[in-house]
Design a protein around this ligand. Structure first.
Ligand SMILES: [Zn+2]
Ligand SMILES: [Zn+2]
Length: 108
């Protein structure tokens, strides 16, 4: 599983409209990488946008949960994951996603 270095959202393979090539793209911002992830490409090349969203939900469901209070709805449980930002010597960023309202935020 890969995460966007910009916003921490799960990165999914998407077919580009112009070339028809598969690129790994962030689901929430416009980040995209040319890096190819061989294993997932074949299987997910056929999926349309709606399936992409369902795919993300499935991935999110497998994330570990932690006690963290959501700033939006005050719910006290959130999914969390770590993202290594750009250079390898930088500290990891912790991302949280409220299990109730899906609000996503980060901590350094
Ligand atoms: Zn992003
Ligand atoms: Zn919430």
């Amino acid at each position: 599983m890969m995460f966007c270095p910009k916003c921490g959202t799960v990165i999914i393979p998407k077919k580009t409209k112009t070339t028809g090539n598969i690129r790994l793209s962030c689901a929430s911002c416009n980040y995209a990488t040319n890096k190819k992830e061989k294993i997932v490409l074949k299987e997910k090349a056929q999926l349309d946008k709606k399936d992409d969203i369902e795919l993300i939900d499935k991935v999110i469901e497998t994330l570990p949960k932690t006690k963290e209070t959501c700033s939006k709805c005050q719910h006290h449980t959130a999914f969390y994951w770590l993202v290594q930002t750009r250079a390898g010597d930088e500290a990891e960023t912790r991302f949280f996603k409220c299990v109730k309202c899906n609000h996503t935020w980060r901590k350094y």
